[in-house]
Design a protein around this ligand. Structure first.
Ligand code: UD1
Length: 422
């Protein structure tokens, strides 16, 4: 299994190109199931999660090509052969559950294994189920699989979500495009990935209003057609690389970055004494003083501070001047990076969903273990600042969500390499 070895201490300077969003691509790809005509996605990231979604769609009879060259994914669901998403694929990635809504809408049935993915909490499916039931689906749990049928097709309805779940909003939004009549999703998630999905669905002929607000209205249509759509910039990759010069000094410009994608995050950086400026090509980041200042952070659904940047922010706060409090409000078990950061000399106390971080002047390199996708990259960031060598083991999590991380960081002057573990 590969490891990433980082030798800390280099000042970073230069530009990093930010890829298309993993989480947007993972919901745009299953949208192909809604139409017999081809869907082409440009600006797709090259990640193992995208490969997993490709395998899943192919197992349903869809055709996916273009992975080798990257960036362009040509998808076609002309002849579907199956409506079953198997455990062997779904266990690798929770986003596999995003085939449920489209399959129900197009085929009137779906059998989808309960998901796996990062071990960051219970992550149940109740909101998805209640939402699709509101559209007339009957859903039963048998042998670890959700068995869903829509006898007589899905029907538009009022769909209030008990929590603004990203995945549930995406599933019900896709399903509603082909339902009979009007669907109103209340307390919908407002993430940029949902806005991107709605825009793509609209190009395919769907009638949708209100994406990016808490109420999304969908007027069902009989069929959707083909489209070409560029995947929105990955705001989590963007936020991650925005932090790189904060750890090391220097200045990094993140190409393709836009402030509205990371406003809440950039506001916290500003409070910590980090300068973020908009340029023509993206966002440029520079640390103002020698060390960042402590700040308090609370994760929340968009437009709040993203849970997917919490681990990276914690790594930064480990080196900040003063005491910071981090509250994780989205997932109940998302501080697994804390003990690993502590192996590097960080001072963190975790109590339930709250972490209290007392900044130290320096971290020391150590062997550490990647426990989930965002945790892994937080350890790499910490390694950039640490004295000596940090070896991040079990990096397969990293490859799910960051394309060519070592190349991108090397490109701005980091000392980082991938090694085959003995
Ligand atoms: C998506 C993102 C993930 C991000 C998360 C929150 C993708 C592929 N993944 O995940 O990177 O961390 O949003 O921004 O886009 N919940 C329930 N019942 C449900 C569904 C969710 O209780 O039916 C809970 C979850 O356990 C979790 C919270 O709601 O505590 C947020 O989950 P959700 O917004 O659904 O996240 P995902 O769509 O899984």
């Amino acid at each position: 299994m590969d490891s990433i070895v980082v030798t800390g201490g280099s000042t970073l300077k230069g530009r990093i190109a930010i890829a298309g969003a993993k989480n947007a691509c993972l919901t745009l790809m299953p949208a192909t199931l809604l139409s017999e005509e081809p869907l082409t996605l440009t600006n797709a990231p090259r990640l193992s999660d995208i490969q997993t979604m490709t395998t899943l769609l192919e197992s349903l009879g869809a055709e996916v090509s273009g992975m080798a060259g990257g960036q362009v994914l040509a998808l076609s669901s002309h002849g579907l052969t199956s409506t079953r998403a198997d455990y062997e694929i779904v266990r690798k990635m929770r986003a596999s559950n995003l085939v449920l809504g489209p399959l129900l809408a197009r085929e009137g049935q779906a059998v989808v294994s309960l998901p796996g993915g990062c071990a960051i909490g219970a992550r149940p499916m109740d909101i998805h189920i209640t939402a699709l039931e509101a559209l007339g689906a009957e859903i039963e749990l048998k042998d670890g699989y959700l068995h869903a049928v829509a006898r007589g097709g899905l029907k538009g309805a009022r769909v209030p979500l008990r929590f603004a779940s990203v995945g549930a909003t995406e599933n019900v939004l896709m399903a509603a495009t082909l339902a009979k009549g009007t669907t109103v999703i209340e307390n919908a998630a407002r993430e940029p990935e949902i806005v991107d999905l709605a825009r793509c669905l609209r190009k395919m002929g769907a009638q949708i209003e209100g994406e990016g607000t808490s109420t999304i209205t969908v007027q069902g249509v009989d069929r959707l057609h083909g489209a070409t759509h560029p995947v929105v910039t990955d705001r989590i990759e963007l936020g991650t690389y925005m932090l790189a010069p904060v750890f090391t000094g220097g200045e990094v410009e993140c190409l393709g970055g836009r402030m509205e994608l990371v406003a809440a995050f950039a506001e916290r950086l500003d409070a910590a004494g980090i300068e973020v400026t908009e340029t023509e090509a993206g966002l440029k980041v520079r640390r103002r003083g020698d060390r960042p200042r402590a700040v308090d952070v609370e994760t929340a659904p968009f437009p709040g501070f993203p849970t997917d940047l919490q681990a990276q922010m914690m790594a930064m706060l480990c080196l900040a001047e003063g005491v910071s409090t981090l509250e994780e409000r989205i997932f109940e078990n998302r501080f697994m990076h804390a003990p690993e950061l502590m192996r590097m000399g960080a001072r963190i106390e975790v109590t339930g969903g709250t972490a209290r971080v007392t900044g130290v002047e320096r971290l020391k390199g150590a062997p550490v273990m990647a426990t989930d996708l965002r945790a892994s990259v937080s350890l790499i960031l910490a390694g950039l600042a640490a004295e000596g060598e940090t070896r991040v083991n079990r990096v397969y999590h990293l490859d799910r969500g960051y394309e060519r991380v070592e190349e991108k960081l090397r490109g701005v002057g980091a000392r980082i390499e991938r090694v085959q573990a003995a």
